[in-house]
Design a protein around this ligand. Sequence first.
Ligand SMILES: CC(C)(COP(=O)(O)OP(=O)(O)OC[C@H]1O[C@@H](n2cnc3c(N)ncnc32)[C@H](O)[C@@H]1OP(=O)(O)O)[C@@H](O)C(=O)NCCC(=O)NCCS
Length: 170
Amino acid sequence: MCRVTVIADDQHLPYGRDRDGVAVVQIRRAEVADVPQIAELCRVELTGEPDVDQIADWVQRYPAVAACAPGGTLVGFCYSNVFAPDILELDNLLVARGWRDRQVGARILCTWERHVAGRFKAVILVNSMLYPSATTKRPAVAFYLRHGYTAVLRTEASCVLTKSLPDGQS
Ligand SMILES: CC(C)(COP(=O)(O)OP(=O)(O)OC[C@H]1O[C@@H](n2cnc3c(N)ncnc32)[C@H](O)[C@@H]1OP(=O)(O)O)[C@@H](O)C(=O)NCCC(=O)NCCS
């Protein structure tokens, strides 16, 4: 069982379990120090060698989010890159297999959007069945539609989704 807790960026709580012994997954801004764990999760879940320098550059420059389980183990992340001066592209959102279907992905996405709003007017992403995966791939389009995204382009294997963001604070 796990509970998901969002902590403010200036909070530094010990990773751990709550009073009932339930694992708490903390959702926070990702930092360059997280990139080795992000890369490792990519290797395990997506296969292939990720471009670590590219990821580090994006994590440093654009909103990125990390989900950490007790002990500080990274169990999910997202990072992004500029698409147009006022539009940000969500390049990668991933939750480790053993931690899926517990709202970790939802909380990562909402936290990322909160950091993006105010700095960018809209976000864009592509979900494609053609990207490599270590396991049988499931389309994530329904996941994004549920979070207010609109499908703007579909091919047999891919779907481009967008969402306008309200002005907010990053
Ligand atoms: C898509 C993903 C990030 C969702 O993370 P998560 O922590 O499982 O998400 P949540 O628990 O918040 O929501 C789970 C819901 O998403 C659905 N879902 C959509 N796409 C999914 C996918 N590819 N794999 C697993 N669940 C998926 C689940 O069925 C579940 O639906 P339900 O709430 O109706 O039962 C995660 O499944 C994942 O990392 N998938 C592989 C990588 C991927 O497809 N990333 C998106 C790239 S654009």
